[in-house]
Design a protein around this ligand. Sequence first.
Ligand code: NAP
Length: 207
Amino acid sequence: MSSITFIGAGNMARTIGVLAVAGGNTVEIMARDQSKADALAKVLGGGTTSGKWGAVPAGDIVITAMLYAGVVSTVAEYGEALAGKIIVDISNPFNSTFDGLAHSDETSIAQEVAKIAPPSAMVFKAFNTIFRSVLEEGRPDVFFAGDNPQAKADVAAFIESLGLRPLDVGGLKMAHWLEGAGVLTVGLAGNGIGHGNFAIGVNEFTD
Ligand SMILES: NC(=O)c1ccc[n+]([C@@H]2O[C@H](COP(=O)([O-])OP(=O)(O)OC[C@H]3O[C@@H](n4cnc5c(N)ncnc54)[C@H](OP(=O)(O)O)[C@@H]3O)[C@@H](O)[C@H]2O)c1
């Protein structure tokens, strides 16, 4: 099992945290508002602890469960405290009309994180294509992207511990396209599907 620290104590930290505890992982919560970290740790139970904002996370895998605008600055603020950690960015940097990304060019929040994180940190994108309600009720595929082969195995094992299927989409530069898939998901929810109780996934067709 894995040791996980969430930075952020909002809805996604709670939803993935519930699955993480149920999957036998060790969980820690950090938040800029210590009382929110303490409260979520209590809700999650199963030995979940709360850590101090900016301290070295207890988890080997650090999930930045914050609104996208706070992710890069928070990783910069943590600095060397994240050395050697697997950092998993789950954010969706939507533009104001939810039909594109808030940043231009072929970058992503995860790639921007990799630029300022300690060189020994291993940065991933995952979970961003899945609505929280689906994570609570279903068994969606979890797409993830990152560069380090050993860390890929660790991220995949963590996702499997949640009872979900990890699907490796490639290196960290694919994080840009995962963010695009987040936009696609919102477009489907607002148009062709018409609700949020679905997730994009993969069906294989073999002879
Ligand atoms: N909800 C979904 O269905 C879903 C699905 C896929 C991906 N995501 C992504 O997951 C991330 C978290 O979403 P959520 O639904 O958990 O949001 P949320 O419930 O609004 O929680 C956001 C968390 O981010 C923290 N935060 C916001 N700005 C911050 C900053 N500048 N510095 C430090 N902390 C900051 C908040 O702290 P305070 O409480 O102190 O404000 C809170 O802990 C987002 O990037 C979102 O795009 C969400």
